[in-house]
Design a binder for this molecule. Structure first.
Ligand code: ADP
Length: 204
């Protein structure tokens, strides 16, 4: 990967603080529950903003399994320019926040949520997409760990896809945004160190 490419990849992501229903994007991701009929947190905010037609529509979908995603119209949110809602069901955190347990079930399921949402966005020609911090509210997924998973899967996807062109990580607090900025900084350093690595440099 060239330096220019890694830089332009990072330009395709952005961290913002605010309400996801107010973002100027084509589609927003909802951290839903398996019923898809609404709940608390970001799910409640999205259902309120999209209006009752969203719940009526979702009744016809028959729910969604953890780690999967469904796409719907955005109903009343269309007046704000949002065309689609991608609903995904994140895992409920049940383990210890132990970095050594690298691939436990919740990590795989959370990664699957990001992958599924990105696949749907690409299939529907979505140009700009905003994610909330899936599973990090009442589902208690550790925030740093979740941000690393979100960032690595989004960057990997953007490397091989032109759409979505831009992905926004929409945080609900400045503290949450700091966690994403830190994850991006670490990733950026790692990319730069790989780019300057010279395996046959006698000076090493
Ligand atoms: P989960 O059940 O997946 O944990 P929550 O809705 O409880 O989902 O929390 C997920 C994240 O969404 C949390 O970081 C929470 O602070 C955030 N959040 C809550 N409301 C909004 C909103 N209106 N816009 C963006 N993020 C939100």
């Amino acid at each position: 990967m060239s330096h220019a490419l890694s830089e332009s990849l990072l330009e395709r992501i952005e961290v913002v603080t605010g309400d996801i229903t107010r973002q100027p994007v084509d589609a927003i991701v909802n951290a839903a529950n398996e019923s898809l009929l609404g709940g608390g947190g970001v799910d409640g905010a999205i259902h309120r903003a999209a209006g009752p037609r969203l719940k009526e529509h979702n009744r016809t979908l028959g729910g969604c399994t953890t780690g999967l995603a469904r796409i719907t119209p955005a109903f009343d949110l269309e007046s704000r320019g949002i065309e689609h809602i991608i609903h995904t069901v994140g895992p409920v955190w049940s383990g210890e926040d132990n970095a050594a347990l690298g691939s436990q079930r919740e990590d795989v399921l959370l990664a699957s949520c990001y992958q599924q949402c990105l696949d749907l966005a690409a299939q529907h020609g979505i140009d700009t997409l905003a994610f909330p911090a899936i599973s990090t509210g009442v589902y208690h997924f550790p925030k740093q760990r979740a941000a690393k998973i979100a960032l690595s899967h989004v960057l990997a996807f953007l490397t091989s896809h032109e759409q979505p062109r831009k992905v926004i990580f929409c945080c609900f607090s400045e503290d949450d945004a700091t966690i994403y900025h830190e994850a991006i900084r670490t990733r950026h350093q790692w990319m730069s160190s790989r780019l300057t690595y010279r395996p046959d440099d006698p000076g090493r």
